[in-house]
Structure formats: structure tokens, C-alpha cells
Design a protein around this ligand. Structure first.
Ligand code: MF3
Ligand code: CO
Ligand code: CO
Length: 266
């Protein structure tokens, strides 16, 4: 009955009960990233970090959404340097001084999904790498500031792309943010480079990710033909990414994966 009140197109408007569940799962995903930080050290392999994340998530009554997702084998994605996203944790990927990496965790807690990723650094990194990471984080912040009822999804990608370009970087267009919460990847697709005022309107109760991947060089991604997952830059230059799960409120947003109070609730 009155399904039209719950759905705008195919974008799910979450119920208060669903929002509560997604908030809890999102918090746990963010806590898993905090927990992972202690293992980001030279000489540590990324499978070890993935095992620790898996243990952490399970010990909190949840499971990882990635393990078994379309055949993906691990509990997190760990993407180093020129890897844009979907780096598969492995024993042979060993962290070394100067590396930059994204760790991406998606949890399922009581059936609800929370999805977040952030950058980590190993020892001293170059100034160029640092500038890329700071710019990417600011791209996410600018995207989040666009979240309010009535605004269009395209404005998220518009401000992200404008800023990244102004800083001399490119925006990956082959991977996007997405609706999330009752499923892993829901409608809508949230592009990180898009036309101003394009796309559907945001409504209170929508939950989606913003997860810009920003490249030093060309935007193109190349998928590893051996593992079918690892997405690398075509020119071997660096890529960075941050991701949050965001709820549209009556007047703005709540960043559900923000456990450090970096963002106000608006
Ligand atoms: N967590 C990723 C995202 O932000 C998706 C990873 S899917 C996987 O959407 F299969 F590669 F793990
Ligand atoms: Co995501
Ligand atoms: Co993710």
C-alpha cells in the first residue's frame, strides 16, 4: 500500500528502523578501519591486515560483505599506490616505507550494510602523495556538503570533479558511489564527475556512499587480467580514495561512518 511514499524511482527511502540498523553497521565498519591502523607498518602483508579486520568484524557479531560477493575472496579491499580500488589482500603484497593505501570495509550487521574506506600511509610519504591524499579527502568533503533534500545527485560529482581538476588531478569515472544499507549496491549510482543539476533529487531517508577515486595522471582504470578485480591506473601513477556512507536528513546529512565527529549533522 502506498508504495510511492517509500520509493522515488528505484531509490529506497529507508524506514527509521532500517536507518538505525544501517547506522550501527556503518559505525562498526568505521571502527574496523580504526582497528586496522595499528597493523599498517613496513613489512606487514595485506592478507594479515585483512585477517585482523575479518576477526574484528566477526567478534562484533557482523560479517564482511565483500567475502563471496561476486566471487571476491577477501574481507576487505586494500589498494596500494597505483591501485585505484578492489586490491585483493595477499601474502605477497608487503607494505613498505612510502606506500599509500586505501582500506575499504563493508560490514553486514543484523542484515544492514555499512561501507567506508580511507587512506593510510606507511612511514614517510612524498609531498606529492600527501597532496593527492589531502585533495581526495577534500573532494569527499565537498561532495558531502551537497547532500540535502531537493539537491540533485549530479551536483556531488560536479563539485568533486571541478575541485580535482583545479588541483591538476583526474576523477575515476569507471567506479561510482552507490545506494547502500539494505543491500550492498543499490540505486542510485553516485558519479564523482557529473553535470551540474543532473540526476535524481535527494530525499530524506536515502542512504548512499560518496567514494571519490582521484588520480595523479589519467583517469582510466585497467583491471588485472589474472585476478579479475584489481583496478590500476593506466599510467602507474598514484590514486587515492575516501568513502563514507551518508544519510539524507530533513535538512541536510548525517555521515553514518563518521566516528571521529569530523562532520556536523545538518
Ligand atoms: N566496498 C566497495 C565499494 O565501496 C566494493 C567492494 S566489492 C568487492 O563499493 F567485491 F570488490 F569487494
Ligand atoms: Co562503496
Ligand atoms: Co567501500
Amino acid at each position: 500500500m502506498r508504495e510511492e511514499l517509500k520509493f522515488m524511482g528505484k531509490i529506497v527511502i529507508k524506514t527509521p528502523e532500517q536507518i538505525d540498523g544501517i547506522r550501527k553497521s556503518s559505525k562498526l565498519a568505521a571502527q574496523a578501519l580504526d582497528f586496522a591502523e595499528q597493523f599498517v607498518r613496513p613489512g606487514v602483508n595485506t592478507e594479515f591486515i585483512d585477517d585482523k579486520i575479518d576477526e574484528f568484524v566477526r567478534s562484533h557479531g557482523a560479517i564482511s560483505a565483500t567475502k563471496g560477493y561476486n566471487g571476491y575472496p577477501k574481507s576487505s579491499c586494500i589498494s596500494l599506490n597505483d591501485v585505484i580500488c578492489h586490491g585483493i589482500p595477499s601474502k605477497t603484497t608487503v607494505l613498505k616505507e612510502g606506500d599509500i593505501l586505501n582500506i575499504d570495509v563493508t560490514t553486514i550487521l543484523d542484515g544492514y550494510y555499512g561501507d567506508t574506506s580511507r587512506m593510510f600511509t606507511v612511514g614517510e610519504i612524498t609531498e606529492e602523495a600527501d597532496r593527492l591524499i589531502e585533495t581526495t579527502l577534500h573532494c569527499l568533503d565537498l561532495g558531502i556538503e551537497q547532500v540535502k533534500p531537493g539537491n540533485r545527485f549530479g551536483n556531488i560529482g560536479f563539485v568533486i570533479n571541478r575541485y580535482a581538476k583545479a588541483k591538476g588531478y583526474s576523477v575515476v569515472y569507471e567506479f561510482c558511489g552507490h545506494g547502500v544499507g539494505v543491500d550492498f549496491h543499490e540505486e542510485p549510482q553516485v558519479d564523482h564527475a557529473s553535470r551540474r543539476n543532473s540526476g535524481p533529487e535527494m530525499r530524506p531517508g536515502m542512504i548512499f556512499t560518496i567514494e571519490p577515486m582521484i588520480n595523479q595522471g589519467k583517469p582510466k582504470a585497467v583491471i588485472d587480467r589474472n585476478d579479475g578485480w584489481t583496478a590500476r591506473t593506466i599510467d602507474k601513477r598514484l590514486s587515492a580514495q575516501f568513502e563514507h556512507t551518508i544519510l539524507v536528513t530533513q535538512t541536510g546529512y548525517e555521515v553514518l561512518t563518521d566516528i571521529h565527529n569530523d562532520y556536523p549533522i545538518t
